[in-house]
Design a protein around this ligand. Structure first.
Ligand code: ATP
Ligand code: MN
Length: 464
């Protein structure tokens, strides 16, 4: 008999013989009958297994505790109990694996902190099952979105010799013997004997290589792991996270904003349409406004305003509305999450795309505005999250780019290939980076980024 997944079983009409396999969530009952709630990860919902005591010996039933893995053959029947349409009247049970009383997920309602300590088992909880299925669905929605628009999925390298944009501190990659590091005559590490013959690191962004792709394929996107060794122990930062970075030839900043808005809305709509059970569970368990917030994002156009206008609103809030921020506000500051969230949650009450930031606080490759002070950057700011996307129109002029690089005293030795894009057939182009886990925080309502990735990497934490 072919095994059916719980999701398929729950959609069947009663009256057929079935085979189900999964893990026991709970077992209850009396001496005549036991009820097992079985889950196999295909859906948040369990299927109920009814075991008459006359059919099963006591020893076997004892082996079937919370966490055990079993296969059940039986008949799918209409359920008498409330809460489910069908259940399985069991005829045969095979125990694949028992789980004794030390199984840590005996009870419901463990704290998120505790579950992080057992990240190897937490996917078996309702919450993480829901989050991880939504994570999968969002990855699919992202590929679906770009594929339908004719974008090419470009695989950019994870090991790099260039510090892409100073986007963050980098993890070094080396095969040198750290107990016996070769030195040059002037006492520096001799990377010429390292694996790549030079100093290398894990990438903080695929953008620079993404731009090379866009100058050949037109529209590309990357979707891969990204590493930042910043010691920022916040609920919104991981040392290893996933980023989606589209890069488009012939897009200006307006086209870039339009794409970003359409892209996020596509993902949110996909989640509402395809992950209804999981989102409803998270809504009911953690965040009663989750579904309303997701629907709200689809309804409204994102607000678009300049950094300068945004600062005025923040200054006005401080001066005239009694709003207090931890960090001071003034033109030139790098906005903190509290500032971003004030604009989104208090002032506009919808997502905001902030543009035209001071050049000093943005990366070297962003296109300069005519005012000579601001660059064509765009950050998409979201309720509960703050920055979810960072992007810009890129500077396409070789001359201007070289001047910025010189002004910033950047090391150009590792950037010659990047500058070649401006040297040979340069074109106006734009792109952005979406933090996959930030999107997932928004879609799932999880408030800590550690809870939207299976195995989080944060300072002092690389277990599992
Ligand atoms: P932040 O100011 O929030 O630290 P950033 O400006 O350094 O972010 P960018 O370099 O613009 O980030 O990266 C693009 C996107 O990647 C961000 O908008 C965010 O969604 C995501 N992101 C950046 N750093 C992290 C991180 N450490 N963990 C998870 N996501 C991140
Ligand atoms: Mn940013």
């Amino acid at each position: 008999m072919k095994r059916l997944k719980v999701k398929e079983l729950l959609a069947l009409e009663p009256g057929c013989d079935v085979l189900a396999k999964g893990w026991v969530r709970t077992k209850r009952g009396n001496k005549n009958v036991s009820f097992i709630a079985l889950n196999d990860g295909s859906t948040i919902n369990n299927i109920q297994i009814v075991c008459d005591a006359v059919k099963f010996d006591e020893e076997l039933m004892k082996q079937i505790g919370t966490g055990a893995c079993i296969a059940v053959k039986g008949r799918l029947v209409a359920s008498m109990g409330s809460g489910q349409a069908v259940e399985i009247q069991a005829d045969e049970i095979e125990v694949y694996g028992t789980a004794d009383a030390t199984y840590p997920l005996q009870k419901k309602g463990h704290s998120m902190e505790f579950l992080r300590e057992i990240a190897h088992l937490r996917p078996r909880t309702n919450t993480f099952g829901a989050v991880l299925r939504i994570r999968h669905a969002m990855a699919f929605a992202i590929h679906d979105f770009f594929n339908s628009k004719g974008f090419c999925y470009l695989h950019t390298p994870l090991i790099t010799a260039s510090d892409a944009e100073g986007a963050g501190a980098m993890f070094q990659v080396t095969t040198l013997d750290l107990d016996n590091v070769p030195k040059t005559e002037d006492g520096k590490v001799d990377f010429s004997s390292d694996f790549f013959g030079r100093q290398t690191s894990l990438t903080v962004s695929g953008q620079l290589e993404g731009e090379l792709g866009a100058m050949a394929l037109g529209d590309i996107y990357t979707f891969g792991p990204t590493f930042r060794a910043e010691n920022s122990n916040t609920p919104r930062h991981l040392a290893e996270f996933w980023m989606i970075e589209p890069e488009m030839a012939f897009y200006d900043i307006k086209d870039n904003m339009d794409l970003a808005e359409e892209f996020i809305k596509h993902c949110v709509r996909y989640a509402l349409d395809n992950c209804a059970d999981d989102i409803k569970f998270l809504n009911d368990m953690f965040d009663k406004e989750l579904i309303a917030r997701l629907q709200g994002v689809l309804k409204d156009s994102f607000v678009r305003l300049t950094y300068t206008e945004g600062i005025k609103i923040l200054e006005d809030a401080v001066a005239n509305k009694g709003v207090k921020f931890e960090y001071p506000v003034g033109w030139g500051i790098d906005l903190q999450s509290e500032h971003e969230r004030y604009l989104v949650e208090q002032h506009f009450r919808k997502p905001v795309i902030l543009t035209d930031y001071p050049k000093e606080i943005k990366a070297f490759y962003m296109k300069m505005n005519d005012d000579g002070k601001t660059v064509r950057a765009m950050d998409v700011l979201f309720p509960k999250i703050g920055e979810i996307i960072g992007g810009s129109q890129r500077e396409e002029s070789l001359e201007k780019l070289e001047k910025v690089i010189a002004d910033r005293k950047m090391d150009t030795r590792n950037l010659w290939w990047y500058l070649d894009t401006r040297r040979f057939g340069t074109a106006p182009h734009s792109g952005f980076g979406l933090g996959f886990e930030r999107l997932l925080m928004f879609v799932t309502g999880m408030t800590n980024i550690r809870d939207v990735i299976p195995f989080p990497r944060t300072p002092k934490n690389a277990e599992f």
